[in-house]
Design a protein around this ligand. Structure first.
Ligand code: TPP
Ligand code: MG
Length: 353
């Protein structure tokens, strides 16, 4: 667990450096080796390590728009994940998904930029496991800002009524972008949602990885034993802005300082020391994690960019500034696209492009 947490923290520190390259002095979100948004999960690591320590590759995990710590703890291929984040062809989604759309079928991991989107597919995976008669489980991560989303609430209901092996994990970092929790819900804890669906709901009040591990163990054992779903909420801390480039003008300074002070990695290191793990052993774990991160970033940056000819493969929308030729087929058998200069007779224009 400590290694997964240290790896995730260092990975994001390095991504932060890479991300800022070329984006200054005026923040240009499309510039640099990692174009687009980047949501970092520093301060959330315990919620990933404590839960995923109980999982096997066959178990399904759906994570959020802030996915790196969970992906690392679930064992997603770090090199191909990094290539995806850098938009390279050998990335998990051929460089077209970016950091919010990491899919690794080898370890049954997915994530999405749409909040609470992971809950229905996790319930689907749990239903599949039940029908196949396996002991696999599914875990759906979401933020506290997503606990009123319809997809989540319907998922809780289906999971409960069918006794499905799924665990919902709410990462409560007190904020949904700039929106404090108290302004969007009257429940004190997301774990209270469980009561309305007749399933166990527990909250881990501070991001102690060992406390998360214990809460998750009960929930996952219950699911594996065929006794149905549970909900676990974990208090985590957002050590960064909502995404890179967020100046956090809405956030009280004390809250930012508090999040930085409460470091779950430091807490776990203390626990390990008190159990007799030496500083040298901890340093060895940190070194190994750093080397792995550096190797993945180095490899990813060396990978080729996607071929523009493949831009419209594996997508289901009308490509921009292109003419769609019905029955064009191609090997996708859906539509074919040819480039049409904007403003030309064949350009259908506007939103419909
Ligand atoms: C359905 C949907 N609505 C709105 C958004 C825009 N959005 C992106 S992240 C976010 C806040 C999410 O907050 P929370 O669930 O608490 O996760 P956190 O970012 O704090 O980890 C919102 C509203 C979205 N991505 N999807
Ligand atoms: Mg939040």
């Amino acid at each position: 667990m400590y290694e997964a947490m240290v790896t995730a923290r260092h990975y994001e520190e390095r991504l932060q450096e890479e991300y800022l390259e070329g984006k200054q002095p005026a923040f240009d979100i499309s510039a640099g080796p990692i174009p687009g948004e980047l949501h970092l999960a520093a301060g959330h690591e315990a919620a990933a390590a404590g839960v995923c320590a109980h999982l096997r590759p066959e178990d399904t995990v759906t994570a959020t728009h802030r996915p790196h710590h969970v992906a690392i703890a679930k064992g997603v291929d770090l090199e191909r994940m990094t290539a995806e984040i850098f938009g390279r062809r050998t990335g998990l989604c051929k460089g077209k998904g970016g950091h919010m759309h990491l899919f690794d079928p080898d370890v049954n991991f997915a994530c999405s930029g749409i909040i609470a989107q992971g809950s229905p597919p996790a319930v689907g995976a749990a239903l599949a496991a039940k029908k196949r008669g396996t002991t696999d489980v599914a875990v759906s991560y979401l933020g506290e800002g997503a606990i009123s989303q319809g997809g989540f609430l319907e998922s809780l209901n289906l999971a409960s009524v069918h006794d499905l092996p799924v665990v919902f994990v709410v990462e409560d970092n007190d904020w949904a972008i700039s929106m404090p929790k108290a302004r969007v819900t009257d429940v004190e804890s997301g774990a209270q949602r469980a009561k309305g669906f007749d399933m166990p709901g527990v909250r881990v009040d501070y991001d102690d990885a060992v406390a998360v591990y214990e809460a998750a163990r009960d929930a996952i054992e219950r699911a594996r034993a065929g006794n149905g779903p549970s909900l676990v909420e974990v208090q985590v801390h957002r050590r960064m802005g909502h995404f890179m480039g967020d100046a956090e003008g809405y956030r009280p300074t004390e809250d930012i300082e508090r999040a930085k002070r409460l470091d779950s990695i430091e807490r776990l290191a203390e626990d390990l020391r008190s159990e007799g793990v030496t500083d040298d052993e901890l340093a060895e774990i940190t070194d190994r994690a750093h080397q792995r991160v550096e190797a993945a970033i180095e490899w990813a940056k060396d990978q080729p960019e996607p071929d523009p000819d493949e831009a419209f493969d594996d997508v289901f929308v009308t490509p921009p500034r292109a003419q769609v030729v019905p029955d064009g087929g191609g090997d996708r058998g859906i539509v074919d696209a040819v480039d049409v200069p904007p403003g030309s007779d064949d350009d259908i224009g506007g939103e419909d492009r």
